[in-house]
Design a protein. Sequence first.
Length: 157
Amino acid sequence: MQIPFTAMVFAVELTGDLAALPALLIACVAAAGVTVLLMRRSILTEKLARRGRHLTREYGVNPLRVLRVEDVMDPPLAPPTAAVAPVVTYPDELLETAMRKLLEHEVDVLPVASPDDPTRVVGYVERSAILGAWVQLTRDEHIREEGWLARLRRASP
């Protein structure tokens, strides 16, 4: 869990044996080093990663792996036609998948098809809308919300 000193204090507290402290120090630091070098994620985020929410060790989230196409798509401009586009995306797909399709097929706009009927267009997603969502979420991560202590300090005369 990347907390070697806490683990050492916990083990000494449980056993009451201070003589074990040097061995615990070596073992905990070695274990932390091995996990940093060998594991892509911490054990705390592994379950989230298996559910499709990939977090790095710094807990930074790629916005394209969080938002879905339906979050940024625009409604169709014209009545839907029966012609099927060479590539489509679906409302429940991740923006990362839609961006990959845009780049692979070298287009700027993808039609968003209904999951029930792939020939029915329910909207469009543009490359600029995906990048705009990515920029906005990245900016929002750096905005610090005011905590209860700051509000309390501001309220007092």
